[in-house]
Design a protein around this ligand. Structure first.
Ligand code: ISJ
Length: 205
């Protein structure tokens, strides 16, 4: 699957936290992995983690984002959409949304992130508070693309909030499951193994 197909398929995908959410237990647990996801993915890359920026800039939020961030009607946000992992078969689709009016001070630096992963800002320097994960699916507007198991949480610091949504592609599950199968029994990959700062809080999004 080329990134272009992915980009079209999952742009502005709706997040659905569904009552019929069904995943094998190990995948469900994986969605709650604490710490920096980009750092976790980094171990699969010999050099730097490939980050493909699909778009970055101002737009209107999706209805579910507006609701979660309690935005005013038609209030604009700054959005960044990326693929993390090899461009021919990316592992994770990331979408970060912050209300424009909250994009002050240190958050201005987000505009210059480029292909550095967001995790390099969120998990180093001053502590961000991270809400508990909401898990579900990313439902693409294009019905030919399949839903991705996904999670989202809000990072907050002072008056600033970032809603980060991460959708996990087949290539991610395949790689992880191959790795687990190769590991001696009783030694599962430990949640938070790669976390520089767990940064997990108890309140729900
Ligand atoms: C939130 C993190 O950042 C990751 C990096 C992103 C980016 O560079 O835009 C987006 C989503 C995340 O998966 C993380 O590393 O945990």
């Amino acid at each position: 699957m080329s990134p272009a197909v992915h980009a079209l398929a999952y742009q502005d995908a709706r997040f659905a936290s569904r009552a019929d959410f069904q995943l094998p237990r190990h995948r469900r647990l994986e969605l709650h992995r604490p710490g920096s996801l980009s750092k976790w993915l980094q171990r699969w890359c010999p050099g730097t983690l490939p980050v493909t920026v699909l778009r970055q800039g101002q737009c209107l939020p999706t209805p579910d984002e507006a609701r979660l961030l309690a935005l005013k009607p038609r209030e604009r946000v700054w959005v960044r959409e990326v693929w993390l992992g090899p461009s021919e078969a990316p592992w994770v689709k990331g979408r970060t949304v912050t209300p424009l009016r909250e994009m002050k001070g240190r958050l201005q630096a987000l505009r210059n992130l480029g292909t550095r992963p967001l995790g390099s800002v969120l998990f180093t320097g001053p502590a961000w508070h991270r809400s508990a994960f909401l898990v579900g699916y990313l439902l693409p507007p294009d019905s030919h693309a399949h839903p991705l198991p996904a999670r989202r949480s809000i990072f907050s610091h002072g008056q600033s909030r970032l809603l980060v949504t991460e959708g996990f592609c087949n290539a991610y599950w395949q790689r992880l499951e191959a790795e687990n199968a190769a590991r001696p029994r009783g030694l599962p990959a430990r949640a938070g193994q790669s976390a520089s700062r767990p940064n997990v809080a108890s309140d729900h999004v």
